[in-house]
Design a protein around this ligand. Structure first.
Ligand code: SF4
Ligand code: F3S
Length: 104
């Protein structure tokens, strides 16, 4: 599976949802997650994310986020269309330490 990581927080560009062939993105207040059991590992979303937030589960960065993706994919609504990203998305891009800002 592919995993959405910290870089998505407060960026939430949503380019990813437009390309997913199985519509397995779920949306929270300030980030998206991928349902690990629905993702078919196609990889097309990875290069679409301007924040480089999406990584394969083989990536070291995925480890801390896989179970969060699983947990919230079961609770949050599905998203298949790109909406308006936060007005300050570009200011949060590439900022470290955003995990504390995660909002369920
Ligand atoms: Fe969807 Fe493919 Fe990305 Fe998985 S890897 S979330 S199936 S676009
Ligand atoms: Fe997040 Fe990137 Fe998608 S910032 S919403 S994973 S395009």
């Amino acid at each position: 599976t592919y995993v959405v990581t910290e870089n998505c927080i407060k960026c939430k560009y949503m380019d990813c949802v437009e390309v997913c062939p199985v519509d397995c993105f779920y949306v929270g207040e300030n980030m998206l997650v991928i349902h690990p059991d629905e993702c078919i590992d196609c990889g097309v979303c990875e290069p679409e994310c301007p924040a480089e937030a999406i990584v394969p589960d083989s990536d070291d960065k995925a480890t801390a986020w896989l179970e969060l993706n699983r947990a919230y994919a079961a609770q949050w609504p599905n998203i298949t269309r790109k909406g308006e990203p936060p007005a300050d998305a570009d200011e949060w891009k590439d900022k470290p330490g955003k995990k504390e800002l995660f909002s369920p």
